[in-house]
Design a protein around this ligand. Structure first.
Ligand code: SF4
Length: 437
């Protein structure tokens, strides 16, 4: 008998995190997930208060957080293939009347229908490029839909397919708590608009893009500015040219990592916990502060640890570790590089030689990059499959529903920002666009 050797083609990597979770729950995969409820449809969780399964499930949801009304049964019962076909048909029927935006962290079954995929600010920019579209369907989370509404035409409807898709980090900076913080700081620093002998005000408020429109409006009203994870350093430099110190919210980690890289000592970065008098710091600490960090964080990026990096280095000699600056400082310090989602994507795309990448950001993006660049080995630093709870809420069933409603002439789940908030919020965004390194 002649034995011929078989050359096995490497199996393509499935970019779907959802397929991986279904396999775990069915016992067909030895991987681990943080919650087997992730295998269910998000409509099972929409009726309950909470962020649902996934990385934010332990976070406290604000009482007034938007909830999603029912999703018609036909969408809950439809198979993945049926939803795919219905979304494609509705999109074709709508043509240029609709633009679908998909965030990097969105599930593959939704992203495959997106006209544009990117981070929150890139997507808002894409929305702006399509004034002809009647509707912008934003497959991301609530603050992103608000930002798209701020930057799009007034007559355009920005639609969030599931209104329960908030962001636990954005929710950690509540406008009433921020106003209260400002009042307490004014008692220490005096007139917040008065400039000193060097022409600097006492505090410049800076908010990360991942915040509500109300917070962006607050910042705009108080001489402040918005930043992204790509331009945080440039924005802090802008702020220090105008103020003695910065009040940075909601993400303490992005604030700390950026200020530290600029040489600000950790002792001059007190934290502001809104549930404690003076945020939990002393008057002396606040007087000496260069950046006051709001007590917020992203539960996806807080899962990454130095131990995971050590393990990756031990098991994959030569591995390149890239993490997002929303990760804790120790993780950023232990990584080879830190940068925004766009930075991570471009770094991998630019690698000429086959490389092993360990990535510290949301798993849907990592899995998609692994499928897109099979010449590299790309894996998520966190071995537990635990996607962003809130991005997870945008299931293809909701996308099919909002699109078919549009075909039928009905706009559902529109997100609008009232004018008294929108005007100063736009000012804060425009300052960011004008800020130069
Ligand atoms: S990954 Fe973190 S910051 Fe981004 S939407 Fe999810 S909870 Fe919010």
């Amino acid at each position: 008998m002649t034995v011929t050797s078989l050359t096995l083609e490497p199996r393509p990597i499935d970019p779907s995190v959802d397929h991986g979770i279904q396999a775990i729950v069915a016992g067909a995969s030895s991987a681990e997930t943080c919650n087997t409820d992730l295998a269910a449809g998000p409509w099972d969780f929409d009726i309950r208060a909470g962020y649902g399964p996934g990385a934010s499930m332990g976070d406290v949801i604000p009482t007034g957080a938007p909830r999603q009304g029912g999703l018609p049964q036909e969408y809950r019962d439809a198979s993945e293939d049926e939803l795919h076909a219905r979304i494609a048909a509705a999109k074709a029927a709508l043509g240029e009347r609709v633009v679908i935006l998909g965030h990097f962290y969105q599930r593959e079954e939704v992203v495959r229908h997106a006209d544009y995929v990117g981070d929150s600010f890139q997507l808002a920019g894409f929305a702006k490029q399509h004034p002809e579209a009647e509707a912008i369907v934003f497959c991301g989370v609530h603050f992103m839909a608000e930002t798209a509404d701020l930057l799009s035409q007034p007559e355009q409807a920005v639609i969030l397919p599931n209104l329960a898709a908030g962001c636990s980090m954005a929710d950690m900076a509540d406008i009433d708590e921020v106003e209260d913080c400002w009042e307490q700081l004014a008692e220490i620093y005096g007139d917040m608009e008065a400039v000193d002998e060097e022409g600097l005000v006492p505090v410049v408020p800076v908010t990360y893009m991942n915040s509500s429109a109300a917070i962006k409006g607050f910042v705009g009203r108080h001489g402040g500015i918005v930043c992204t994870s790509s331009n945080a350093r440039t924005v802090l430099e802008w702020a220090y040219a105008r103020g003695r110190r910065v009040l940075f919210f909601p993400d303490q980690h992005l604030g700390r990592n950026t200020a530290k890289a600029m040489g600000v000592p950790l002792e001059q970065m007190p934290m502001w916990n809104p549930h404690k008098p003076l945020g939990g710091s002393s008057q002396v600490e606040l007087e000496d502060a260069k950046v006051i960090l709001w007590h917020g964080f992203c539960s996806v990026h807080r899962r990454f640890t130095v131990d995971q990096i050590d393990k990756a280095r031990a098991e994959h000699p030569g591995v390149r570790v890239i993490v997002h600056p929303e990760c804790p400082m120790a993780v950023v310090d232990a990584a080879d590089e830190a940068g925004s989602t766009d930075y991570i994507r471009k770094a991998i795309a630019a690698a000429d030689e086959p490389t092993t990448f360990a990535v510290g950001t949301e798993i849907n993006l990592v899995q998609r990059l692994a499928a897109q660049y099979p010449q590299h080995e790309i894996f998520c630093l966190d071995p537990v499959v635990c996607p962003c709870s809130t991005m997870y809420r945008i299931h293809p069933g909701y996308l099919a529903w909002v699109l078919e409603e549009l075909v039928a002439g009905s706009v559902v789940n529109r997100v609008t920002v009232p004018a008294d908030v929108a005007d100063p919020a736009r000012v804060a965004l425009e300052r960011m666009l004008a800020a130069r390194p």
